[in-house]
Design a protein around this ligand. Structure first.
Ligand code: NAD
Ligand code: SER
Length: 319
């Protein structure tokens, strides 16, 4: 049952860090021909294009989204197309346009074609006034444009659920760590880049301070959480369904560098904070995922040391 009742699945922004692995997982689960990957760009090396159906699609083009949904019998959309925090702060207008405009396009397509939607939120919804161990429910006053677009995304999801009965779900993903596709221009990219640099050069110059602590998750866990949430019976989900905090791990940049140096002899990391430090400082150190645990039984499989081993093994095999 891809989506509902045999309908197919569409993934937007499918060539990015998450899409590359989510498309693979969805095709393993539902069959390659049931999952249409799409993005605004092309990438001949990405398996989302090579291992199943692919469409070039701009998420600002509502008519084209509706057309592909009708033509292909789409029942569920995983809407991943967005600009991340660092790129978004450099291009605030484009960030608002793609992140908010793209979400509205997909939600309008959902009204027209009776779709179920997954649209991710982020730990960037929290601002500096939120508790450093961020609860599920607190005031959301982000100081980044990217964070504002994610708060708006959650509000839109609630509105379409309440006003039109559209089943829209989301997770406030922490910083995601993976090796199959590059990180896409976020503040948490240091926690991805550090592995490649450690293996290649034995050295990384990190763009946040050593004491920067952020919530993080290995991609395997993020994909599993996404599939679990979308499989959950709608009646079990409460008012947080548009943006669940999920249990993850929390470590400083220095703790990450230390965990890598236990695996790679002589690895050295320096720290030269840039503008991204400001965005990181505005986010929580950790998040409380008890609502996701209660409502759909979420808990992660990885911790820092296990994730570091998996990353280094995976990257070594890729090369
Ligand atoms: P990414 O930057 O790696 O990928 C996004 C993809 O969207 C890119 O392939 C890009 O080409 C595509 N895109 C951009 N504009 C588009 C448009 N107009 N039409 C169609 N496609 C377009 O991002 P990601 O890390 O895969 O993130 C996916 C989602 O998850 C985003 O909503 C992001 O905010 C959220 N998220 C990611 C993280 C993380 O650490 N990766 C954390 C929290 C939330
Ligand atoms: N990992 C993302 C970023 O840094 C958070 O949403 O932008």
């Amino acid at each position: 049952m891809p989506g509902l009742d045999g309908d197919k699945i569409l993934v937007t922004g499918a060539l990015g860090q998450i899409g590359t692995e989510l498309v693979e997982a969805l095709r393993d689960k539902y069959g390659a021909s049931s999952v249409i990957a799409s993005d605004i760009r092309s990438d001949e090396h990405n398996n989302a294009i090579n291992n199943g159906p692919y469409a070039t699609l701009d998420v600002l083009d509502t008519d084209s989204i509706i057309k592909i949904c009708k033509d292909e019998g789409i029942g569920t959309v995983y809407h991943l197309a967005a600009l991340l925090s660092a790129t978004g702060e450099q291009n605030p207008e484009l960030c608002r346009k793609v992140n908010v405009g793209g979400t509205i396009s997909v939600l309008e397509a959902a009204r027209e074609c009776s779709l179920r939607i997954f649209t991710p939120s982020s730990i960037a919804v929290f601002g500096p006034d939120a508790p450093k161990h961020a609860p599920q429910i607190t005031d959301l006053n982000p100081t980044t444009v990217y964070g504002e677009t994610k708060v708006k995304g959650e509000l839109l999801a609630k509105e379409y659920w309440d006003d039109y009965g559209i089943d829209v779900r989301g997770i406030r993903y922490p910083g995601l760590i993976s090796y199959k596709a590059p990180a896409g221009g976020g503040t948490t990219d240091y926690a991805v880049e550090i592995f490649e640099a450690a293996l290649k050069d034995g050295y990384y110059n990190c763009f946040v301070r050593p004491d920067t602590r952020l919530p993080m998750l290995y991609m395997d866990d993020a994909i599993r959480a996404t599939l679990m949430l979308m499989d959950a019976q709608s009646g079990t989900l409460g008012p947080s369904k548009a943006g669940y905090n999920i249990d993850c791990y929390s470590f400083t940049a220095e703790e990450l560098a230390h965990a890598i140096s236990k695996e790679i002899d002589g690895f050295k990391c320096d720290f030269s904070p840039d503008i991204r430090q400001k965005y990181a400082d505005s986010w929580p150190d950790s998040i409380d995922g008890s609502v996701a645990k209660e409502e759909w039984n979420w808990s992660p499989n990885f911790d820092l040391d296990k994730m570091v081993k998996e990353m280094l093994n995976g990257l070594s095999k890729e090369h």
